[in-house]
Unconditional design. Structure first.
Length: 282
């Protein structure tokens, strides 16, 4: 298959052109929609993100939303411990994620991730001058990766995952995504299944490592016992009441919790059930 000057197949170049054409056509109605919907108006910041002043070239960490930011906290601490002279630039792509980053995500400097348009991404890279781009989980956008690599910036994925629900979509788009995944410098994945999926989508097997789930690093190892007791009392539970907690549940998990509770409550009548839903935001 014929190759372009940048080593990409003519077939990919055509798909890439169509992708950019579609995103260009989508921009005007997207601007209008955001202007008419105050709840989502903050997302207009992604058209031309403002980068706060930085003392030196940063390590760029991208975490899509709230969950990824929480996962990124130990990574950010590790980066700052290893190189205190280097700022960490933390980008997000959702309103809730951006609000959390602004309230504080370690020592990271918050900013919006630009929408995946070539000119916007190039402008962001030119202004930020990052040493490297670290992407949490699966926020892998064609122009984001392509423009970073064209600027000589290594792109690393940490805590990589491709869920069973999303994997069929990735496979349908692999003609476009394979050259993008091939440009990833290194990928740390949560398990062997995800490693195989990243490899099938184009990442070199030598670039993929199973590193476990970074979320375990963000779990608090010290508990404020006074705050825990206050929370128990506020919920009507005594300090010694055994609690069965289903935490960070998603839609559908409550049915499983109810089913489990029906089995256990007769065997353990002193137990109490607590269901703590997770936050699902766009």
């Amino acid at each position: 298959m014929r190759r372009t000057a940048h080593g990409l197949s003519a077939f990919f170049t055509m798909r890439y052109f169509l992708y950019n054409l579609l995103t260009a056509l989508a921009e005007p109605p997207a601007r209008l929609w955001l202007a008419l919907h105050p709840r989502h108006r903050a997302l207009r910041g992604r058209f031309h993100p403002v980068i706060p002043p930085l003392d030196a070239r940063p390590v760029w960490v991208h975490a899509c939303s709230v969950g990824e930011i929480n996962t990124a906290r130990p990574l950010i601490r590790g980066l700052k411990d290893a190189r205190p002279d280097r700022p960490v630039l933390l980008t997000t792509s959702t309103k809730t994620g951006h609000e959390m980053a602004q309230k504080g995500a370690g020592d990271a400097v918050p900013a919006w991730l630009p929408f995946d348009r070539p000119r916007a991404v190039r402008r962001f890279i030119r202004e930020a001058r990052p040493l490297a781009l670290v992407i949490l989980e699966t926020e892998i956008w064609p122009n984001l990766v392509r423009e970073a690599r064209r600027a000589g910036i290594p792109v690393v994925v940490v805590n990589g995952r491709i869920s069973p629900r999303k994997y069929p979509s990735y496979r349908r788009w692999r003609a476009l995504l394979r050259p993008v995944f091939r440009q990833l410098s290194a990928v740390g994945v949560q398990n062997e299944v995800y490693a195989a999926r990243f490899t099938e989508l184009g990442v070199s097997p030598e670039a993929v490592r199973v590193t476990g789930n970074l979320k375990f690093e963000s779990v608090a190892t010290e508990v404020d016992r006074r705050a825990l007791l206050d929370l128990r009392l506020a919920c009507g539970y005594g300090p010694q009441t055994p609690l069965l907690v289903f935490g960070s549940t998603r839609p559908g998990d409550e049915a499983l919790a109810a089913q489990s509770w029906r089995v256990l409550r007769d065997r353990f009548p002193e137990w109490r059930l607590v269901v703590a839903p997770g936050i699902c935001s766009v």
